[in-house]
Design a binder for this molecule. Structure first.
Ligand SMILES: NC(=O)c1ccc[n+]([C@@H]2O[C@H](COP(=O)([O-])OP(=O)(O)OC[C@H]3O[C@@H](n4cnc5c(N)ncnc54)[C@H](OP(=O)(O)O)[C@@H]3O)[C@@H](O)[C@H]2O)c1
Length: 222
């Protein structure tokens, strides 16, 4: 599938994998809504998307906050209806044994990594269904049972379940939702591992699947 003029929303587009996805989409001539909380970061990426040959738009959005999501999506309307959604924003904080993990930290991780994707899907999916087309890629992670990362692991397991359940709900329409497990990446979140640029093509592939492709999968990238 050609990405030219496709309207793509990427959460957490200001750094790491989200930034790499935005730039690849820009090079392909897509209209890229770069969402995130730090205005300077998303503004910079949106400009780079436009310089690369696409159209970039920076939209401030805190994915944990319904009002912020709604406000951001309203601003994004000028790009046209969203056809591709990357639920990429994520955090891994509070690396502690579960009994030492503050409740607030648990809530923040779950809110970012699970509630965020849910709020975005809930808001964007009805339009996709109405227009009969959509691709949704949830960025999961390969770590699902790591000591001292219980909240992160639980959040990514929940994201996988959300992906599968919604996948079953989408039988019979040309809307494809999948999750992807990238390997360790050298980003703001984690030091060491592959560069986001090394895996971005494989992640982008899930957004360009042809009609009838498998839905509700959790795809591992080595
Ligand atoms: N790094 C790894 O080893 C690795 C491996 C597998 C999977 N992943 C997953 O890959 C995704 C991208 O992570 P990354 O490695 O590229 O890390 P990153 O550079 O830290 O990117 C995460 C992005 O999410 C944004 N974000 C965080 N909380 C947000 C919120 N409440 N609302 C909106 N945006 C928010 C951040 O921007 P602002 O702070 O400006 O909002 C940031 O740009 C995550 O879902 C992560 O779990 C990472």
């Amino acid at each position: 599938m050609n990405l030219k003029n496709k309207v793509i929303l990427i959460t957490g587009a200001g750094s790491g994998l989200g930034k790499a996805l935005a730039l690849v989409a820009g090079q392909a001539g897509a209209k890229v809504i770069c969402a995130g909380r730090r205005k300077d970061k998303i503004q910079q990426i949106a400009e780079e998307v436009t310089q690369a040959g696409g159209v970039g738009l920076a939209v401030e959005m805190d994915v944990t906050d319904l009002k912020s999501v709604e406000k951001g999506l309203k601003q994004a309307e000028k790009m046209g209806p969203i056809e591709i959604l990357f639920n990429n924003a994520g955090i891994i904080t509070g690396l502690k044994a579960v009994q030492d993990l503050p409740i607030e930290e648990w809530d923040k991780i779950m809110a970012t990594n699970v509630r965020g994707p849910y709020l975005l899907i809930r808001a964007i999916l009805p339009g996709m269904i109405q227009r009969g087309f959509g691709r949704i890629v949830n960025i999961s992670a390969p770590i699902k049972h790591l000591p001292k990362a219980s909240a992160y692991c639980a959040s990514k397991c929940a994201l996988d379940s959300l992906t599968k359940a919604v996948g079953y709900e989408l039988k019979g329409v040309d809307i494809i939702i999948n999750a992807v497990e990238p390997p360790f990446l050298d980003t703001e979140m984690h030091t060491g591992g592959k560069k986001p640029e090394e895996v971005v093509a494989q992640v982008m592939e899930l957004a360009t699947l042809e009609a009838g492709s498998q839905c509700g999968r959790i795809v591992k990238i080595a």
